[in-house]
Design a protein around this ligand. Sequence first.
Ligand code: PLP
Length: 395
Amino acid sequence: MYNKKAYELGSVRSVIRELFEYGKKRAAEAGADKVYDFSLGNPSVAPPAEVEEAIRDLTTTTEPVKLHGYTSAQGDQGVREAIAEYIRESFGVPMTADYIYMTCGAAAALTITLNALVADKGQNVVVPAPYFPEYKVFVEAAGAEFRVCPMRTEDFSPDMDAMEKAIDSSTAAVIVNSPNNPSGVVYSKECVERICKLLGDKSAEYGHPIYLISDEPYRELVYGGEAPEYIMNHYKNTVVCYSYSKSLSLPGERIGYIAVSPEAVDAREIYLAVMGAGRALGYVCAPSLMQYVVKRCLYLSPDIASYEENRELIYGALTKMGYDCVRPDGAFYLFVAAPGGDSEAFSEKAKEYGILVVPGDGFGAPGYVRISYCVAKKTIENSLPAFEALLKEYK
Ligand code: PLP
């Protein structure tokens, strides 16, 4: 006997992983220079030098028993105080260490938050498309219904009428993600205000708070335009799920945090529920060494110059060829309308040209493909003739 649902999840590899494995195989057969792999969102920029320095310094100057020992379940007190101060200074929110919970990246932050907020099985969590595919897995594992509301294709912002219809008295939370994976879009202030107003109105109508979970692993990856809104400043019942995976290029080190708004309804109880959910899920504590490392790196700005250069290059070249896409302002993704309209068929056809792009179906956006441009600039340059030849097949 075993858990059938877990078996199913474990047996079906994600489309992204499938493509990544295919790319490795094809590179071994045809040569790495014949494969243009845009499948994974793995940062292509090395962690800032200060991260390496902090690791070196900590491992040579700190008592190993402390450095590698357990911290408190919610994270080291000094680390949480430093993060709370950073949030207060950067965003003007009255954050304290008592509302910060250190996690193994955003994925753990999301699963813990969902398990903390979903009160019973009849509840649902509303997610605007396009969305990070793991949300479905996380929401369903927390026992809630995963409810998608469609996007506006002009700018990939949520269709507010559809969101209004999707929310009902059983909605526990809404998840937003800006800068967005897979579209690269950064929600405008007006867009954030509209979402927050709707949630405020719906909470009042149903007589209980509907929480806003803001998934922010790409917060610092923005190009040129305005910094993304800090959602807690617009809506009190917010829980932020943050990660250093992308901002410090540390995805394999598994470090991030949950920040519960101290002004949320039942803020204390929610924080304790976060602690309980983390405990029940067996997290024990986030990696200790990495907690101390990020404490020393809080004010670093990531080096996004190469991502920005890649964005200009690929967006400019593909739109000139005739591909249809919205200019992304953040993250490192471009979401392109699949020529021919069938994203899975297009992704398959692209493989024949050595191009690996992810069909949008798993992101709740059939008809689009995601291109991750966190790759070497040469990969983009070399791929352009292949993109051009591929598009000709549809003309
Ligand atoms: N949320 C989004 C939108 C992501 O794109 C990712 C990873 O790509 C995650 C969460 C998970 O990130 P982490 O590595 O911090 O668990």
